[in-house]
Structures are given as structure tokens and as C-alpha cells.
Design a protein around this ligand. Structure first.
Ligand SMILES: [Zn+2]
Length: 413
């Protein structure tokens, strides 16, 4: 009886969670001939989605962007001479094969070289886009080499988030927000405000040229003056964006790591759910900002038929330079794993299991920012995972808050 009651509570908790936040599945395609550091780009997309999700939750938006697929665009598909603007046109239909290939998920991100000072573009969305193309994957593009944040503009970690909000329908300015309303009864308030701290909110044209901690979203309690209400706008339209494509729900790979003192390396374990076929699961490790950080060459981990877990390892000597590069930045050092049918749900913070490397940040011992456990390694199945994820999200959220506060002090010194 008690057990049944508990099961009942668990399922009602889970359904409450499922109904309160819309999941918008996002794919990403990087141009393979442009010389980007692949690990930095892939980890950068994960971190971009995690950062915008965290900000949206904090500011009152009940939606989350989740990764679902990563692919490449070869030189013959989109030449390396194309950029963040023209590459987007290929994805939008200038090349039918590229358009079809990138029709994955609710929103697809292209990663191309920047065009002058333009780091991102998104398809223009109006109310009639939802009426005329309810199931057409929305397209956007971001510049390679920026998504983990830049050393002088840490807010660039919201570059993808900025374009994602465009892909939902928000725009920079009040003057153009009225154009969204072609049908006469739609919103006209999906534009940026100047927030209480004097900084332009996220969707503003130059909003990214600041530090991450200065960013809010129009319509939030700290950014409600000016008439823009991107919080309300996204809350209204996100459910429609979330149903553009069928849910893939393939974020079932888990990553964990531990220090191996004998071999002076981190042992990395990948666990999968679908064991019916052999697969090569690729492991990407990157940390720090896009310009001053680093990413390792991807590592292939082979799974035989029936194999649940497989491992690889990376020497401390190869990881510590990334820890050094990430030291004192808003980013840590992360592991992401991608397979054919399953991918990581979140970026695994490798620093959370470190005890040997020490930060050069004076008075900030490394163990202050250690996680007790990472959400990505929760494992389990069914209901238990949901509850653990909720609990671990709380732990992770507290940890991030502490980390931000610390960075604040660092800037003030
Ligand atoms: Zn913009």
C-alpha cells in the first residue's frame, strides 16, 4: 500500500515535470572543411544549450533546448568559402540535399565561419510560419569558434541561445516585433529591453558583447521595463516549436570518469541503453572559452553487439593543459559522447572528479566547485532517473550559483 502510494507520487511528480517544460530538440551540423576544433564545437553546443536552459529557467521560461543529433556538412555539400549567412541559405533550401539533410529535430544549427562581425543568423519567423509550416525544422547558424564564450565576451556562450530565440520568433527591436503579427491577433512584444542593470537583454543586437552574468531576458522581473516580453513570447510559442518534429528522445548515453593513479590518467566509462548493434561511440573533450581554451582530438570507443559499457582513458598530461586553460573562466572541462543511435544528455564536468590538479586561482581551492555527482552519470531507468535528475539538478544549480558568485569576486579584485 505504501509502496503503491509512493509509485503514485512518483508518477504524478514526473507528469507534472513533463507538462511544465516544453522540450525543443536541436540538431547541429558543422562544416567539416572549415578547420574548426570539432570537440570545442560539439561541447560548445552542449554548453550553449545548458546555459540558455539555465537562464530561461531562472527568468521564467518553461522550455528547454536539448541536443538530439550532430552531423557534418562536407566540402561538396557546403564549400568552406561559405559563411554563417550563406551556409544558412543552403540549409534553408538553396541546396535541396543540404536542406533535407538538416531537417532534423525542431531546430537545426549550422556551424560556419563568421561573416565579418556577424556571428549568427536565424530564419525569420512570423505568426504565419506556425500556420503554414507547422512541421518544418527551423534553421539557424552560428559562427564556429565562439560558442563556449570568448575571453573578452563571456556572454558569447549565449550566441546559440540568442539565435534559438530568433528561431522561436523573437527579434532585436520593437520596430520589427510588430511584423511578427501578420494575422492581426498575435503578439508584438517579442523584443529586447534594457534591463535594470543597464544591459541589453539577450535578444538585443549587441547583447552578447558583455559578460555572461550581465545577461537577462526581456519580461523577467529584472528586465520588465520597455515593453518587450520575450519570456511571455517564448512561453506562448515554445510548445508549438517543440512539436515541429517527432521527439527522438535519444539522450541515453551516460559518461562517468575516475582518476587512475597507476596510469596517471582519467578512466572514462560510456554506458549505453540500446545494445542491439555494434557501434562506435565518439568521445569529445573540451574546456575553457572558445578562443583561449582547447579541445582534444575525438576518441573512438568501440561497442560490440550486446555491450553495455566500454571505456577509454586520457592521460593527466593531456587533460591538465585544458584544466589550465579553463581555470578562472566561466567554463570547466567537459566530456560529451555521441553514438549513432544514442547521445549524451549533458556535458560531463571532468573537473568534478579531479583531486590531483590544482587551480592557480589564489584562495579558490579546486574542491569548492566539485559536484557530489553529475546528472549525466545518474544512470538507472524509468522513474528513478527522473527523480534523481530532479535532485541532482538542484545540486548542480546550487553549485553553479556558488561558482558564479565566486567569479563575481574574481572580477572585483
Ligand atoms: Zn540577433
Amino acid at each position: 500500500m505504501n509502496k503503491n502510494l509512493l509509485v503514485g507520487l512518483v508518477s504524478s511528480l514526473l507528469s507534472a515535470t513533463a507538462y511544465s517544460a516544453t522540450t525543443i530538440e536541436v540538431s547541429a551540423f558543422y562544416q567539416s572543411g572549415s578547420g574548426f576544433n570539432v570537440s570545442q564545437e560539439i561541447v560548445g553546443v552542449y554548453r550553449s544549450l545548458e546555459n540558455i536552459n539555465e537562464l530561461m529557467a531562472e527568468k521564467g521560461i518553461n522550455a528547454e533546448f536539448k541536443p538530439t543529433y550532430f552531423g557534418t556538412l562536407s566540402d561538396s555539400e557546403v564549400a568552406p568559402t561559405e559563411n554563417v549567412f550563406s551556409g544558412l541559405q543552403y540549409m534553408r533550401g538553396l541546396d535541396a540535399a543540404v536542406e533535407a539533410k538538416t531537417d532534423v529535430g525542431d531546430i537545426a544549427i549550422g556551424i560556419f565561419p563568421r561573416l565579418g562581425s556577424d556571428y549568427g543568423f536565424a530564419q525569420l519567423i512570423r505568426d504565419n510560419t506556425f500556420t503554414n509550416e507547422p512541421n518544418e525544422t527551423r534553421k539557424m547558424a552560428i559562427a564556429g569558434g565562439a560558442s563556449m564564450g570568448l575571453s573578452n565576451y563571456s556572454a558569447f556562450v549565449y550566441l546559440a541561445g540568442h539565435e534559438l530565440l530568433h528561431a522561436v520568433g523573437a527579434v532585436h527591436e520593437e520596430a520589427t516585433a510588430i511584423n511578427f503579427n501578420t494575422q492581426g491577433d498575435s503578439r508584438e512584444d517579442g523584443f529586447a529591453n534594457i534591463c535594470d542593470n543597464g544591459h541589453q537583454s539577450l535578444i538585443g543586437a549587441s547583447s552578447l558583447y558583455t559578460d555572461k552574468e550581465n545577461i537577462s531576458i526581456a519580461g523577467a522581473t529584472d528586465c520588465s521595463v520597455g515593453g518587450g516580453d520575450v519570456v511571455g513570447f517564448v512561453n506562448q510559442y515554445a510548445p508549438l516549436v517543440g512539436t515541429i518534429a517527432a521527439e527522438r528522445n535519444n539522450r541515453t548515453l551516460t559518461v562517468s570518469a575516475s582518476e587512475n593513479m597507476n596510469t596517471q590518467s582519467f578512466d572514462i566509462n560510456i554506458t549505453r541503453t540500446d545494445t542491439s548493434a555494434a557501434d562506435i561511440i565518439r568521445v569529445y573533450i573540451a574546456g575553457g572559452y572558445s578562443d583561449t581554451g582547447a579541445g582534444l582530438t575525438p576518441i573512438d570507443v568501440a561497442f560490440g553487439v550486446g555491450a553495455v559499457t566500454a571505456s577509454t582513458s586520457v592521460f593527466f598530461d593531456d587533460i591538465y593543459p585544458i584544466f589550465d586553460a579553463a581555470d578562472g573562466t566561466d567554463q570547466s572541462t567537459y566530456i560529451v559522447a555521441l553514438g549513432d543511435s544514442e547521445i549524451s544528455d549533458s556535458a560531463y564536468d571532468l573537473l568534478s572528479v579531479n583531486t590531483q590538479w590544482t587551480s592557480a586561482q589564489v584562495g579558490e581551492p579546486d574542491d569548492q566547485i566539485k559536484d557530489s555527482e553529475d546528472a549525466g552519470s545518474g544512470g538507472g531507468s524509468g522513474g528513478a532517473l527522473g527523480i534523481w535528475t530532479l535532485l541532482l539538478m538542484t545540486i548542480a544549480g546550487t553549485r553553479r550559483y556558488l561558482k558564479n558568485v565566486k567569479h563575481h569576486h574574481r572580477h572585483e579584485k
